[in-house]
Design a protein. Structure first.
Length: 106
């Protein structure tokens, strides 16, 4: 996801995530399972999993990926979700997200 006129700051921030995503619009889960992110050493992948990722969508934004520390069972495809402790950071005009968990909106 690319930056659009948002104040730049360093590191992950809850405020930045709140500025990017619209709290009045639903967020949809696009993944059916978590994708493991492996550790790289000397530009080569190892067998060590360091995080898990899933894809999401919100009207008006391109699909975006969120990283999680732990593995868990995702809700069903296209479920409306919210995040626990969602944060975002900007690197070279692109945004990256991380959260503790994702929960189905009922």
């Amino acid at each position: 996801m690319e930056a659009r006129n948002i104040k730049r700051q360093g590191g992950y921030s809850t405020d930045l995530a709140n500025n990017i995503l619209d709290a009045t619009q639903p967020i949809y889960l696009l993944s059916t399972e978590l994708e493991p992110q492996v550790k790289f050493e000397e530009h080569k992948p190892t067998d060590e999993v360091i995080a898990y990722k899933a894809w999401f969508s919100q009207a008006g934004l391109p699909p975006f990926e969120v990283k999680f520390q732990n593995s868990f069972k995702l809700p069903a495809y296209l479920t409306v979700v919210t995040f626990e402790q969602l944060q975002a950071c900007e690197v070279n005009y692109h945004f990256y997200f991380k959260a503790q968990a994702v929960m189905e909106v009922k």
